[in-house]
Design a protein around this ligand. Structure first.
Ligand code: OAD
Length: 239
């Protein structure tokens, strides 16, 4: 085991309050496209055409078509060893808060229960008139006659304040903050690691490539999440 990986694993193994933030990179090895980078979704589609309230009011069918396409992509993918390693973490003593920017639901499919989905979930829909949230079942309109929209935080929209406060308060209490597969470019999620560090947490980053967080992190573990996390979170890290 690389020495810094072994040291990070020891610190994690002793911590009782662990907060994890994941981004699209954690699902990349499952086959879910990330947003940025060579194969990223935002290279293929313009966000403002699809992921904004204006796009939806201009052409709700087109926006739904895109989300249904993404639902079918994600449905054909399975959680990978990174998701499973994080789900197993919940069985340890102490508190684990898993905060994700991902909308693919793969953490829950892997068995994680305590998940804060900052940006929503592509398998859920919300009534544009009444605000009620439900599982998406193929219908684009609510019983009340109004459009259902994807339960997703779009560009220019606020995050759910209750979920966000839950994430902030967990970060402020963290002993270890683990950021996995996120470009650390999108606020407010990218503020969480700094909050945790200010409150004294050890910050561990796992990513294929350096990000703006890397210089501030105590540990930068470079590599694919599906390989690094099972080692980092192994039940019996080296003494
Ligand atoms: P990005 O696509 O911006 O970044 C993905 C990150 O994962 C990059 O830093 C990659 O280097 C890294 N990565 C890719 N494959 C990896 C692997 N196998 N193992 C480890 N790391 C890997 O995705 P996010 O940071 O999640 O928001 O993007 C944040 C938000 O921007 C998304 O939630 C989305 C987007 O706009 C909304 O849609 C609201």
């Amino acid at each position: 085991m690389r020495p810094e990986l072994a040291e990070a694993a020891r610190i994690l193994g002793r911590a009782r309050r662990v907060v994890v933030l994941t981004g699209a990179g954690v699902s990349a090895e499952s086959g879910v496209p990330t947003f940025r980078g060579e194969q990223g979704l935002w290279k293929t589609y313009r966000p403002e055409q699809l992921a904004t309230p204006q796009a939806f009011s201009g052409n709700p069918e087109l926006v739904w078509e895109w989300y249904q396409h993404r639902q079918s992509v994600v449905s054909s993918c399975a959680p990978n060893p990174a998701h499973h390693a994080l789900a197993e973490l919940e069985g340890r003593p102490g508190s684990i808060t898993l905060i994700t920017q991902n909308v693919d639901g793969l953490h829950r499919r892997a068995g994680s229960e305590n998940v804060l989905e900052l940006h929503g979930n592509i398998f859920r829909a919300r009534c544009t008139r009444e605000g009620g949230v439900r599982q998406f079942e193929g219908k684009l309109k609510c019983e009340c006659g109004a459009w259902l929209r994807p339960h997703i935080v779009w560009f220019g929209e606020q995050l759910d304040p209750v979920i966000l406060e839950g994430a902030f308060s967990a970060a402020r209490r963290a002993e270890v903050f683990l950021a996995v597969g996120t470009s650390s470019l999108v606020a407010p999620a990218n503020l969480l690691a700094g909050m945790a560090a200010q409150a004294g947490a050890t910050v561990i980053e796992v990513n294929l490539a350096p990000t703006p967080l890397t210089v501030e992190a105590d540990f930068f573990l470079q590599g694919p999440a599906g390989e690094v996390l099972p080692r980092l979170l192994a039940k019996d890290p080296p003494p």
